[in-house]
Design a protein around this ligand. Sequence first.
Ligand code: CP
Ligand code: NVA
Length: 304
Amino acid sequence: MTRHFRNLADLGDAQGLLSILDEADRQKEQRGRISERPLAGKQIALVFEKASTRTRLSLEVAVNELGGSPVVITQAGSQMGRGEPISDTARVLGRMVHGITFRTHDQSRLEEMIRYVDVPVLNALTDQSHPMQLCADLQTTRRHFGTLSGLKFAWIGDGNNMANSWLEAVGILRGTLHLACPKGFEVKRDLVEAARAQGAEVVLHEDPFEAARGAHVLSTDVFTSMGQESETAARLQAFAGYQLNSAVLKQADPKAIVLHCLPAHRGEEISEEVIEGPQSLVWDEAEARLHTSKALLLWAFGLL
Ligand code: CP
Ligand code: NVA
């Protein structure tokens, strides 16, 4: 059966997710020394309906280093930008490539791509989720603390695609996540309940100081995600007080780390001193996109 990576749940249980992190660690440790080319002969389309730096770079390098050939298709540079339906684009892609990664708007567009192809499709961010990034965040966290067990995760800011994927991750791992989102920008109740039903401890706060108290991993993301640009001014107002800064970080465990998927807006969701400070692991986190992308590609092709 063709494997698709819509969300973290597609990897199975906690063991499935951890095996991606194990492979990502192997890829990191052996980088440049691996002569295997497991994706030799495979053409992989990297399709972007939204901008990207890290995801495009990491996937392009990952496919190349695994021996495959990446083909990048952007909205602006293709007929997708002129309104060609996903169903048509998908059927053309499906005839020429062996796998597809897709960054798009609503998750239903990812589903539509999947419906029209019989090659693996991987979610490279939608409005609802960013599971590739979560794999990188978890790899970074596990490499730092040596474990994912017993950690308190905190999310400060928008209840967006990244927050949703954190909820999914703690559900699978039965972890602890405290979130502080402004009124009107909270995570969806059904996702909170789903994570709790899996055994996660999810605590919702309004006050970022409360969410950060004793946390081992503090994460945030932009106030305005791609596609929400018309809401920028209103969001800036609504998110006042939701900056991950030194005062918030002081509430956390003294050994806490700070993550941000990037791109960051210094002075908005995160302060300069925190993102550039000693507890920030954002560059390791960005690098982890490469190693985890390799692991996810191998999984999608049934090689893991
Ligand atoms: N973190 C992340 O997905 O970055 P890009 O938008 O640059 O790909
Ligand atoms: N929430 C952000 C993540 C960017 C990697 C967005 O969707 O724009």
